[in-house]
Design a protein around this ligand. Structure first.
Ligand SMILES: *Cc1c(COP(=O)(O)O)cnc(C)c1O
Length: 379
């Protein structure tokens, strides 16, 4: 890995390791105990690709998938004929036939959605069951917890008009150890669980699996950690295996004297004679503009020949300039590769340096990368 790979074209290369993805699912599944381990594959499986990720997770044993959009659910169904597929972003009335045809489970969070779903259920005997989302703190989607009693009563009496497959809620800050907010949400969800006694329940996202073992219930919904993201904000080592690696070729190098500036707007000025390397990767590929160092603020870096090289000036649309002065000469050549993610440089760190989060880096991964899929641990 520390040898200097050479570019075969001027595209950056995204490598996706299926063995690591499978291993991460098994790690989360072990931690989840009796609960089933579902996978969240919204936003094109966090940028890695639904068609790449879903068959691998099925192979690992995953039987429950969560997406945000109906169109994503249809793509998952084509790959997973027997899985439970949940559509998180709610139900719209004109889409009933798609739910029916592909047997998809809508996640309902309002009485309006329930009223629109009911006629479908009356008309079609093979209607899939629904999931109910309760909002215990995000104030984003879902019923208020105090609506639980009324819905459960309608369910018991049969007046609800359709079966319920799952009751769920979502954490506000499950990545923070010892959070009072999380404790309150767990207690509130526990009450809901009592009201909907015989219906499977789901509360945990990736971080919740680690920090709230009493709240795994029947199904956990893991996303970020599956793809190698650090599930916790503590300084502990990341328990997940890295799944992706991103490299970009050097397309030109140059030496500049003290006082020369670099990039649009001249935001960085050389304080020493500096060897620059220009990489074929930019904000159009998902590296946020603002990731770089300016004269006044340190920023992100790439790795060339094992050495950290600061991003300079401004990230351009298709290009990134880095300070390669301290990298070994043999690695700073036209056609040699720089590592943007990998070699110990994590997606969390790239997110941090860009003043965003690793999630954002993942889902923004570019569309014009050469994508390589490998299936081998320890690379
Ligand atoms: C995105 C999402 C998840 C997955 O969260 P991670 O932190 O990526 O594991 C789980 N549940 C809901 C409702 C979500 O929107």
């Amino acid at each position: 890995m520390s040898s200097t790979p050479s570019a075969s074209s001027n595209s950056a290369v995204l490598t996706i390791n299926l063995a690591a993805l499978r291993e991460n699912w098994h790690t989360l599944d072990r931690l989840s105990g009796q609960a089933a381990t579902g996978a969240v594959v919204k936003a094109n499986a966090y940028g890695l690709g639904i068609e790449t990720v879903v068959p691998t997770l099925i192979d690992a044993g995953c039987r429950h998938f969560f997406v945000a959009h109906l169109s994503e659910a249809v793509r998952v169904r084509a790959l997973a004929p027997d899985a439970d597929i949940f559509v998180l972003n709610g139900f719209f009335p004109d889409t009933g036939h798609t739910y029916l045809q592909h047997q998809l489970t809508p996640v309902l969070g309002s009485f309006a959605e329930m009223d629109e779903w009911r006629p479908l259920a009356t008309e079609h005997r093979n209607i899939p069951p629904v999931a109910l989302h309760f909002d215990t703190g995000l104030n984003r989607l879902g019923f208020a917890p105090y609506d639980g009693k009324e819905i459960a009563e309608a369910h018991r009496s049969g007046s609800l008009g359709f079966p319920i497959r799952l009751v769920m809620s979502h954490f506000v800050e499950s990545e923070i150890e010892g959070s009072n907010v999380t404790a309150r949400q767990c207690a509130e969800f526990d009450d809901l669980r009592m009201i909907f006694k015989d219906i499977p329940a789901s509360l945990c996202n990736s971080s919740g699996i680690f920090l709230t073992p009493d709240s795994h219930y029947d199904l956990v919904r893991s996303g970020y950690a599956l793809y190698g993201g650090h599930p916790l904000w503590s300084n502990s080592a990341n328990p997940m295996s890295p799944v992706i690696r991103l490299e970009a070729p050097i397309i030109q190098t140059r030496l500049i004297p003290i006082g020369d500036s670099v990039g649009y707007g001249g935001f960085w000025t050389a304080a020493r004679p500096t060897r620059l390397a220009c990489l074929s990767l930019g904000y159009a590929d998902g590296l946020p503009r603002g990731s770089e160092s300016t004269t006044t603020r340190p920023g992100g870096y790439v790795i060339i020949g094992g050495v950290k090289c600061a991003m300079l000036g401004r990230v351009s649309m298709d290009l990134l300039i880095v300070d390669a002065t301290d990298a070994p000469c043999h690695a700073v050549q036209r056609g040699s590769m720089a590592t943007i993610i990998g070699d110990g440089l994590s997606i969390d760190c790239v997110g941090d340096n860009a003043r965003t989060i690793g999630y954002d880096i993942l889902v923004s991964l570019g569309h014009r990368f050469e994508r390589r899929v490998i299936d081998q641990l320890g690379v």
